[in-house]
Design a protein around this ligand. Structure first.
Ligand code: ADE
Length: 262
């Protein structure tokens, strides 16, 4: 897959290519990220990309010509492209959308700036995307977020198993993770993770995901169709809860000995 970012701040955006799994995937040839400077598609001495708004008002508006010329160039160079524009007025990015975008051969991300872009640019755009209900100074950070979220779904960028376990894949929040040491400053890793019992570990992870989703995203939990494993995990969770309450009635210290319990 190829992602092309059109921006007036290429040095800012290029950082997205330089670290972690994205850098490795580019190195392995699984992913290509091209960053194009909109100013390279101007023809005046000062490489101007913005102008005053017709009708007056504050701020500047990005001119249409550099966007159209850049889009033409991408079509000529890369073939078929799917074009998105970063904008607080767009549809909000989520994992499902990121996955859909990862199936495109060429994804062109146009970064908006200033007060907005000339409305005619929207004729080039298949989808406007927002990364949340807040206003950024420009679309560059949004484009970087889109690059990262989309890249994770490109085969070979991240292990398939990790993607499936990510929060929001499958509309569930992720379970907690632990590494060594088994005890740190009195905080113990849950016994089940040290048990070597893979089936119980999976059940615990499913239960933790469901618990977190129910508490933090009840909307996702309530609209879920539970798998057999998830139903088992819910039953186990309930049993653990009952055991915990019973222990609490027996002893003033319910956490005695076994670390964090739920
Ligand atoms: N540009 C400014 N704010 C934005 C946002 N929240 N999402 C995408 N692009 C933006």
């Amino acid at each position: 897959m190829r992602i092309i970012v059109a921006t007036i701040f290429p040095d800012f955006v290029k950082v997205v290519k330089e670290y972690g799994v994205i850098a490795q995937a580019i190195e392995k040839g699984k992913l290509d990220i091209q960053i194009l400077n909109l100013r390279d598609f101007t023809h005046d001495k000062h490489r101007i990309v913005d102008d005053y708004p017709y009708g007056g008002g504050p701020g500047m508006v990005m001119k249409p010509e550099p966007f159209f010329e850049l889009h033409d160039y991408c079509g000529r160079t890369f073939g078929e492209i799917y074009t998105v524009l970063t904008s607080p007025q767009g549809v909000t990015l989520n994992n499902k959308l990121a996955m859909e975008l990862s199936k495109k051969k060429n994804l062109l991300i146009l970064c908006g700036r200033y007060e907005g872009v000339d409305e005619r640019v929207k004729n080039l755009v298949d989808l406007e995307i927002s990364i949340g209900d807040y206003v950024l100074s420009g679309g560059e950070l949004a484009a970087m977020v889109i690059c990262d979220a989309v890249s994770r779904f490109v085969p070979g960028v991240v292990e398939e198993e990790s993607v499936k376990r990510d929060s929001f894949y499958n509309d569930l929040l992720d379970h907690p993770h632990y590494t060594r040491p088994a005890e740190y400053r009195g905080m113990r890793v849950p016994d089940v993770l040290l048990s070597g019992d893979h089936e119980m570990v999976e059940l615990w992870r499913t239960a933790e995901s469901l618990k977190l989703t129910a508490l933090r995203r009840p909307d996702l939990f309530l609209s879920r169709e539970f798998s057999t494993q998830e139903k088992k995990a819910l039953v186990w969770l309930l049993q653990e809860l009952v055991r915990y309450v019973e222990r609490r009635q027996d002893s003033p210290d319910p956490l005695s000995g076994s670390g964090k319990r739920w």
